[in-house]
Write a protein that binds this ligand. Structure first.
Ligand SMILES: NC(=O)c1ccc[n+]([C@@H]2O[C@H](COP(=O)([O-])OP(=O)(O)OC[C@H]3O[C@@H](n4cnc5c(N)ncnc54)[C@H](OP(=O)(O)O)[C@@H]3O)[C@@H](O)[C@H]2O)c1
Length: 277
């Protein structure tokens, strides 16, 4: 069983981003990512700080825009303003959002060319149509790791557990665009273990610690664990039980150190790509 090293993959992407950012600066463009933070939330604050640190390291400017107790119009107004601002190249909007407001709804107000986390309906529609667009960074990280492992996707059986708009659905679309045979599972799936155990590639994005065990894993399968579940002692665990993965998988991504760092690096790669125009 091989552990897939997300930190090493992220380091490679970060050096590529640093070089691109330096080139842009030399040509007079300061690549800039705006991060809209609409609510106070500990996990969000932690994630935003980690993006800021990575951006600083890569020479990408990050601009955090806090909104205090906003309504939907405040969020969409800010997203429209940033979309029209030529000094901003990438825009992401953090969740959670105020009650009754969905990310899909507000992200429609991000200019698609700046939608570096593929959150808006146009980005998702383009992804579904197989047109060039920014895919959500987490879903793109899943594919990036599979590519780096040189996993043959065409004709492979892939099972994605989770169908959220930010992870499960776009990961399934990306796999489908690369000719995998894709099954998407969710909370109403009957016989989940049987479905998963058919997978050559198993992608898990549920948000439940240790939810996937040995019985869900086909011997030799590639297992990508997207889950990030905080533990009481301040740590992080995935959705896949590591002992189960070790006993059955051919390769799997640890948590932490798997999909997470690649996600952040890809967000920055998307930002420099957007800045190049
Ligand atoms: N590493 C990263 O960069 C990164 C980025 C984003 C998210 N994450 C993590 O990934 C995980 C998923 O995030 P998300 O935003 O996609 O979560 P989400 O919006 O809560 O979606 C969870 C999905 O899991 C499905 N599910 C729940 N219980 C299930 C069950 N018993 N059997 C089968 N499927 C079940 C849900 O099905 P229904 O649709 O039927 O409810 C839903 O589709 C979380 O741990 C999150 O923290 C990590």
């Amino acid at each position: 069983m091989k552990l897939i090293d997300g930190r090493a993959a992220a380091a490679d992407i970060m050096s590529e981003v640093s070089a691109a950012a330096a080139e842009l600066r030399a040509a007079g463009t300061d690549p800039t990512l705006a991060i809209v933070v609409p609510t106070r939330d500990e996990a969000t604050a932690w994630y935003v700080r980690s993006i800021e640190r990575a951006a600083a390291k890569a020479g990408v400017t990050s601009r955090v825009e806090h909104l205090a107790d906003p309504g939907a119009e405040d969020v969409t107004g800010l997203l429209r303003k940033l979309s029209a601002d030529p000094s901003v190249h990438g825009i992401i909007c953090q969740t959670p959002l105020p009650d009754g407001v969905s990310l899909e709804e507000v992200a429609a107000h991000i200019d698609t060319r700046k939608d570096v986390d593929g959150a808006g309906p146009t980005s998702l529609g383009r992804l579904a149509a197989g047109l060039p667009t920014f895919a959500p960074a987490t879903a793109a990280a899943v594919l990036e790791l599979l590519h780096r492992e040189q996993v043959e996707l065409a004709g492979a059986r892939a099972v994605v557990v989770g169908r959220s708009t930010v992870v499960g659905k776009p990961a399934a679309l990306l796999l489908l665009n690369e000719h995998a045979t894709v099954t998407v599972c969710h909370s109403r799936t009957s016989e989940l273990a049987e479905e998963c155990a058919e997978a050559d590639i198993l992608v898990v994005a549920v948000g439940r610690p240790g939810f996937i065990g040995a019985e869900h894993i086909k011997p030799g399968a590639i297992v990508i664990d997207v889950g990030t579940n905080p533990t009481d002692d301040g740590g992080l665990v995935g959705d896949v039980d590591p002992a189960g993965a070790r006993s059955r998988a051919g390769a799997y991504t640890p948590v932490p150190g798997g999909v997470g760092p690649v996600t952040t690096a890809l967000l920055l790669r998307h930002t420099v790509t957007a800045a190049r125009g």
